[in-house]
Each structure stands twice: as structure tokens, then as C-alpha cells.
Design a protein around this ligand. Structure first.
Ligand code: COA
Length: 259
């Protein structure tokens, strides 16, 4: 009855995430290089812990596989092969990616090398993506006899349009960095892997200049279903109009103009 490969750690597993804490952000590196950062139950558990931490204490997130030429090779196929229908219904990867997607503050994936299957879906679960010129994305699930069940069927059409998404999901064709940029799958391509994280930090630095509450409410509004507009925007703005931070920022602007 299911249970195999569930997203629970036995507590003995080594951490598969390296986490660097900064004042305004966490920098999180997937750290299972021997399996090309394949996402197994322990990594899912570590991602849940990360999400819990960012839900408690909202910060920006930079999520990367590092700059050694791999983002993530997808769900762990050895575990995936053994999972049954009860495991599928437990939404193991789906749930943690949805949790990541719903984090309060913006998230950026920095991708160097392959982001395949669940690895690509992990990057789609972030708000923005940047990648190196040698990065590529792909959804090979149908060739393994499964669907891309951890977000690609709905996030990919939103990102690149239904026509392109269907081609990628039906064929498993890989998208290189240039195409990813052209079709809007990534925000930037960085030529040199050594510069990937600097460029990602520059993007986060721009966001860090914003009022954190304005960022949070903007993310909530952008991610809200169409039917929730304009009410969600009105409520968000109502909260912000009475936020002292808004008053301070606008006063600072006006005073600067007077000088
Ligand atoms: N699940 C489990 N193990 C994986 C894996 C995955 N998704 N991807 C890679 N690995 C393991 C390999 O089995 C190998 O293990 P071993 O050293 O014990 O034999 C190790 O990681 C290195 O993989 P290898 O294929 O030799 O690395 P590479 O650098 O030549 O190629 C990839 C990297 C990502 C292109 C290739 O590993 C790959 O295509 N992986 C599968 C991608 C996929 O289909 N993902 C969809 C899953 S839904």
C-alpha cells in the first residue's frame, strides 16, 4: 500500500541542500552531485524544511544546482520506478513544488546544465529563471512511461504558451538556452557559468530594493486566478496605502525632489 519513497526523511540522511543565509535572502544549492541532483525523497524532505523556514521567516530565495554543469536530472528514477498509484496520489514532488511556488517572497532559479523532468519543473516552480549558455530544459517523462506530473502540464503552458508546451511535453525535446530565452522560459542567459550566481544576485538585489510587503502582495496578486482580479489588487493596495513603509518611501522621494 504505497509508502515507498515517501517524502519523509528518517532523520539520518545527510542534508542534500547547502543553505547560505543572508540578510534579505537564502542561497540554496542542491547538493547531490553523484546523482546529478536527482530529486529523491530525502531531497523532497529537505525542500519541505526549506519552505517551512521561508514561510516562517519570508526572504528572497536563490535556488541553484551550483555552477558545475548540472541543475537537476529530475525525479530519482530508481525511486520513481518503485512507486505505485498510492504514491502517485500522494503528490510527492507536486506538493513540494506547489509549496515552493507559493512562498511569500520572490524566488529565482539559477540553472547551469541540464534541468530535466522534475528538475525542469523545480525551476518552473520558481518565479524567475536565469541560466548559462550550456543549460537546457526538457520533459522526457512520456518516454519513461509517465506524465510530467509535478507542474509542467500547467506551468509550462503558462510560461511558454500551449502550443510550445504541448510540443515539449509530447516529444521530450530539449530546449537549449538560446531557445529558452526566446520563448520566455528564462529571463536571462549568462555566457560564463562563473558569472551565473553574480547575475542572479544582481536580479535579486533589484528586488531587494523594494518594500518587502509590496513584493509579497505583488506576488500574491500576480499569482491569483483571473477571477480574483481586481479585488485582490484593491485589497493589496488598501493594505499598502496604510503601510508606514509606503509613507516613508514616498516622503523620501518627494523630499529628494525638493532638494
Ligand atoms: N534519477 C536517478 N539517478 C539519476 C538520474 C535520475 N533522474 N539522473 C542521473 N542519475 C544518476 C545516474 O544513474 C548515475 O548514477 P551511477 O553513477 O550510480 O550510475 C549518475 O546519476 C550520473 O548520471 P550520468 O547519466 O552518468 O551523468 P551525465 O552527466 O552523463 O548525464 C544527465 C546527466 C542529467 C543528462 C543524465 O543523467 C540523464 O539524462 N538523466 C535522466 C534525466 C531524466 O530522464 N529525467 C527525468 C526524470 S522524470
Amino acid at each position: 500500500m504505497g509508502g515507498r519513497g515517501q517524502a519523509v526523511s528518517d532523520g539520518a540522511a545527510r542534508s542534500l541542500l547547502r543553505i547560505e543565509e543572508r540578510a534579505d535572502r537564502l542561497v540554496v544549492t542542491l547538493d547531490r552531485p553523484e546523482k546529478r541532483n536527482a530529486i529523491d525523497a530525502d531531497l523532497v524532505a529537505a525542500l519541505h524544511e526549506l519552505c517551512a523556514r521561508l514561510e516562517r521567516e519570508p526572504k528572497l530565495l536563490l535556488l541553484t544546482g551550483g555552477t558545475e554543469g548540472i541543475f537537476a536530472a529530475g525525479a530519482d528514477i530508481a525511486q520513481l520506478r518503485e512507486r505505485d498509484r498510492i504514491d502517485a496520489l500522494a503528490a510527492i514532488n507536486q506538493a513540494v513544488f506547489a509549496r515552493l511556488r507559493a512562498l511569500p517572497m520572490p524566488t529565482v532559479a539559477a540553472v547551469d546544465g541540464p534541468a530535466l523532468g522534475g528538475g525542469a519543473e523545480l525551476s518552473y516552480a520558481c518565479d524567475l529563471r536565469i541560466c548559462t549558455a550550456r543549460a537546457f530544459f526538457g520533459q522526457p517523462e512520456v518516454r519513461l512511461g509517465i506524465i510530467a506530473g509535478a507542474g509542467a502540464t500547467h506551468r509550462l503552458p503558462t510560461l511558454v504558451g500551449e502550443t510550445r508546451a504541448k510540443e515539449l511535453l509530447f516529444t521530450g525535446r530539449r530546449v537549449d538556452a538560446a531557445e529558452a530565452l526566446r520563448i520566455g522560459l528564462v529571463n536571462r542567459v549568462v555566457d560564463e557559468p562563473a558569472e551565473l550566481l553574480d547575475v542572479a544576485h544582481e536580479l535579486l538585489d533589484e528586488m531587494a530594493k523594494a518594500s518587502p510587503l509590496a513584493l509579497r502582495l505583488t506576488k500574491l496578486a500576480v499569482d491569483a486566478p483571473v477571477g480574483a482580479h481586481p479585488q485582490i489588487d484593491l485589497l493589496g493596495q488598501a493594505v499598502l496605502f496604510e503601510d508606514p513603509e509606503k509613507h516613508r518611501r514616498m516622503t523620501e522621494f518627494l523630499d529628494r525632489k525638493k532638494r
